[in-house]
Design a protein around this ligand. Sequence first.
Ligand code: RIB
Length: 336
Amino acid sequence: MAKMTDVAKLAGVSPSTVSRVLAGGDAVTADKKQKVLMAVEKLNYRPNRLARNLRKLETKTVVVVVPDISNPFFYEIIRGMERVAQAKGYHVLLGDTQLNKQMEIEYIELVRDKLADGVILLVAQNPQEHIIEASKGLPIVVACAFIDGDDIPTVNIDHFNSAIDMVNHLVSLGHRRIAYISGPLKNNRLSSFRFEGYCQGLFQNQIEIEKQFIVEGNFTIECGYDKGRELMELPTKPTAIFAANDEMAIGAIKAIKELGYKVPEDIAVVGFDDIKLSAYIEPPLTTVAQPKQQIGAEAMEVLLRCINNETLSSQEIILDSELIVRESCGSHLRHT
Ligand code: RIB
């Protein structure tokens, strides 16, 4: 089996240059890099990662923790992360917690046990103190979720104002009975921000909040279906449903159609995220687009800076969102 010194000899460079090329480092000329890669291929050289990790106490691996891998929102986020990680010689390991709080902590502990160099949480289900305690001194970034009052860097959009914009849009179309399917509200600041934005949007438009029009969901398509049905069975129906994510909006549309109503003629439905499917369902969904790949890329950039002890220009990154208007909320409301 070829050794690193064999590769170095064939490429005519030093073993440390081979090591730098294999670690994805930039400080090697293109010519040397090419010679090393050709030698690696010719000798079919496989680096001994374990030995290297033990020497340097690094794994070149980061863990990304998602709440629910079946939500297509996350694959675009992860794609953005992968792009940055790969370019810098890191690998991404995925942890799907299925909203299990214990798993969230266990994934953080992989870093403490030196089985990964850092962790990105795309969910923060535990009480904030638990996450802060578990991650003390470790490279960690929280994206699409919030941790207050500590040094943990976060990457997000402005959920509160994006939700207000959506309510304003519905009001501009003549809607006043606007129902809301929230995400889980316990220990979930992201859901709370969107919900508070909905309430503030109604308030700014002098619309009274009606308890019967507010139902708590859990961000799944199945839940959107159940809650959509529930709202359409109310004696006084809403004229619009604002779901806190696209998956729930899509579930609600199915329930509405099954009950014999039409979207948007009988009821408008809007979501949040702009997952790929939302442009293709019938009718195409009006939604808030989150810059998913950019969120993923920024979160990974920040994490790698933390791993390498580099200074961050900011602890809190807020990216722009965009209201995407499609057919699911129709044109101006003709009846109430
Ligand atoms: O965790 C589920 C939701 O949170 C996603 O659909 C997306 O809205 C994210 O921010």
